[in-house]
Design a protein around this ligand. Structure first.
Ligand code: CP
Ligand code: NVA
Length: 310
């Protein structure tokens, strides 16, 4: 049976830990392991724009000894309505893994249900689990290792209903974090995700708090994270988002409420002056460039782990 990574809780606490440790090892030694030597091909399918995810998976597959096959969804037969399951049956006979950025979560689930090789979610409307692996790895890197993660508080400010919010909640509690989401009342995380996260938190010692009071979300936080207020596909709603999200901007006054050495994360692309100020993202507490680099190391670790455990 292939192991897939479609949402953050597809790895349990111990498995996530193994991937994060391996990611840190790849950071120290880029060519530590070459499980794709041959080279074996990995299909990298994109139905939405991407810079970091596309580059980090392409470079990562090459560094693992494999051949990264980038496929633009719109110019493939998927874009003309070929069934997802049929695509899986074609790709899995030729590729070692399938990485897909698409719209509905259901689509990656359909791909996984018909694929004999690992399927990785490279962002859907609901989750961005590879990003949260890189974010956890970044905090571990800056705080002396993976052991430092359980018990830390991560405060996410901004769109509580988007893919990053869901993934911070689920991936964060899997690591044993206390995850706080500061968001307007009308932009709450998916209730089913919150319920699942609370189950996971009961096992790992983490917790989840969702609040529309920015200060409650931030008090004493070890990590402050944010994301665009307007995710891909929501561009037409941009006008109605600026006002409710304005109090949740990551700025100097927000930083003052968190721990003095709080790490600031943003998955990027960032919109300076909207969800985060230039002073903060370009300031001394920002770890966003390490975070972007860690996409590479974390995903190499993830692919290695999935191939070994399938
Ligand atoms: N953070 C992230 O996934 O960036 P891209 O959209 O550029 O891939
Ligand atoms: N929430 C953002 C993340 C981009 C990497 C989006 O889906 O557009």
């Amino acid at each position: 049976m292939a192991r897939h990574f479609l949402r953050d809780d597809d790895l349990d606490h111990h498995e996530q830990r193994e991937v994060l440790e391996l990611g840190l090892a790849f950071r120290d030694d880029r060519f530590l392991r070459t499980p794709l030597a041959g080279p074996r091909a990995v299909a990298l399918l994109f139905d939405k724009p991407s810079t970091r995810t596309r580059v980090s998976f392409a470079v990562g597959v090459a560094e693992l000894g494999g051949y990264p096959m980038l496929i633009d969804g719109a110019s493939s037969q998927l874009g003309r309505g070929e069934p997802v399951e049929d695509t899986a049956r074609v790709l899995d006979r030729q590729c070692a893994a399938i990485v897909w950025r698409t719209f509905a979560q259901e689509r990656v689930e359909q791909m996984a249900s018909a694929s004999a090789v690992p399927v990785v979610n490279a962002l859907t409307d609901e989750f961005h689990p590879c990003q949260v692996l890189a974010d956890l790895m970044t905090v571990a890197q800056l705080r002396g290792g993976v052991d430092a993660l359980p018990g830390m508080t991560l405060s996410y400010l901004g769109d509580g209903a988007n893919n990053m919010a869901n993934s911070y909640v689920l991936g964060g509690v899997t690591a044993g974090l206390h995850v706080r989401v500061g968001t307007p009342r009308q932009y709450q995380p998916d209730p089913a995700v919150l319920a699942k996260a609370r189950e996971v938190a009961a096992e790992t010692g983490g917790s989840v708090l969702v609040t529309d009071h920015r200060d409650d979300a931030l008090a004493g936080a070890d990590v402050i994270a944010t994301d665009t207020w307007v995710s891909m596909g929501h561009e037409q709603t941009a006008g109605s988002r600026a006002e409710p999200f304005a109090p949740f901007q990551v700025n100097d006054s927000a930083l003052k409420l968190a721990a003095a050495d709080a790490v600031v994360l943003h998955c990027l692309p960032a919109y300076r002056g909207k969800e985060i100020t230039a002073e903060v993202i370009d300031g001394p507490q920002s770890a966003v460039w390490d975070e972007a680099e860690n996409r590479l190391h974390a995903q190499k670790a993830l692919l290695t782990w999935l191939l070994e455990n399938s």
